[in-house]
Design a protein. Sequence first.
Lengths: 326, 326
Amino acid sequence: MAVYTDVAAEDLADFLIHYDIGELLSYKGIAEGVENSNFLLHTSRGSYILTLYEKRVAKDDLPFFLGLMQHLAAHGINCPQPVVNRSGEALGVLAGRPAAIVNFLEGVWPRKVNTAHCAGVGQALAKMHLAGADFPMSRANTLSVSGWRALYAAAEPRADSVQTGLCRLLGTELDYLENDWPRSLPQGVIHADLFPDNVFFLGDKLSGLIDFYFACNDILAYDVAICLNAWCFEIDHSFNVTKARAFLNAYEKVRKLSVAERDAFPLLARGAAMRFLLTRLVDWLNVPPGALVRPKDPLEYVRKLRFHQSVKSIGDYGIEQTGSMA
Amino acid sequence: MAVYTDVAAEDLADFLIHYDIGELLSYKGIAEGVENSNFLLHTSRGSYILTLYEKRVAKDDLPFFLGLMQHLAAHGINCPQPVVNRSGEALGVLAGRPAAIVNFLEGVWPRKVNTAHCAGVGQALAKMHLAGADFPMSRANTLSVSGWRALYAAAEPRADSVQTGLCRLLGTELDYLENDWPRSLPQGVIHADLFPDNVFFLGDKLSGLIDFYFACNDILAYDVAICLNAWCFEIDHSFNVTKARAFLNAYEKVRKLSVAERDAFPLLARGAAMRFLLTRLVDWLNVPPGALVRPKDPLEYVRKLRFHQSVKSIGDYGIEQTGSMA
């Protein structure tokens, strides 16, 4: 939650001359996005989000992210749609940073997730996977299994200071995941970070998906596993099988999981828990003294990982094991 | 710039049931206000600001601030107008904090102040002073001359670590101000913090005044002196007499300064510089290690104070000395 860069009204007015979005009425730095600076713009035409990309986002990846949002929006997905300037470009420069404007999506993200939300996100994720199928660009997932060993190495020396035995748990799990990670499951464009704060609802109806800045090409069912981790556990980290059933059934109504995807699902769920456990642990161990932003608790994902380790098959997630709905 | 408190969408929806402002479409924490948490709301009726009052604002002062905004708005001042709930109350409770909703003012605050801005703020300040004349509530100014000795005491032991000789400068100036501070100038409701980030413009036209959370009863011309300090110096802290002339002339077109106010003006300008110098100095000396928010530079106001010390009369601020425009 941060605005890293202030933008002078005069500089913004100059920037907007290159866009056909009406007269600027107001703009406010908003407390969303930890990687970039975001502003909510009001113009005589409506509301927009202006994003300044800060250092942590690789500039070379921006055409992928913006192109993906354009592609998905054109294929019926409710996501921020980049506004092109008078030269047809979605990417400009403002305050010395790469900058883009997208349309503003109304909706609020649920702080208290219910089963209807889980069904909504399941359906939307599957639609996104289908809509992304013919997107021509690609981007490797640096936070997939091949990237975990380096994160583990960074966290390993002090992991046990967070929880006794954590180092050993991670090491054993990482060996297992690296050995058994599936190589031939259907791949495509995944969101890779579809947590509740990236999904908007109006009432119980899903109104949009945002924040595609972790999107990449990877195993589609791995994206499903990330969402299951993010949406189907309670505040006390206990698994809610009703939510998982609603989520997975809604996904499968749009895109059926294959037998191979179902067989691999518990492993993918462990991998998804491992990925967020590792990045949170590294952040946790590297908080600057006196920092105002408290990092997210890595132990939440230790609990989730242990749950998935106990799972025997996708049936334990609440849906029929055999795929007999096909 | 901070959002201290997150608000659950579900809690906000419950809160809004008590208001007649339409259906909630979205809300974003905005990076404005250092004392409170602010959210920009979109509803089916329009845009609003929701403020949660954090600890640094005295709860007992809220009826004064909200009542003042209602009073000023009813008297033609473009300022945030509190929205009353179905019980007729402007103040509610949300997320355990006092909370209020005001209408949203379009406009942007100028990062690069020009002469037209200065004229606009001069006119608006005078109109505000007139409109506040019959506001029935009152609030003492804890940051006026009577409060400076305590700030000086807090800063004095380490003042010279910021600039050699600063302690002596402050001590001498404080003795002078306490002795000579005027006791019989016209008083009324003052804004007390009308810096550029609290004044909105659309183009060169002033569209609104915000942030009345330092408002209080004090010498009206002292408020003029605060604005002169805030608006009529350049980035390099040099005084811009053209801006000051535009500012003061625009003020006087609406509310003429008396001879006594004019005579006292250089002293009031020194006092205004002293007030911001002292609070900035105390903040500067008390930054928590590793804090992400960089405090404002107190030395800016050392430069301004020294300038005012060199002033012989209000004529040095660019307007006619004798008040012959009357």
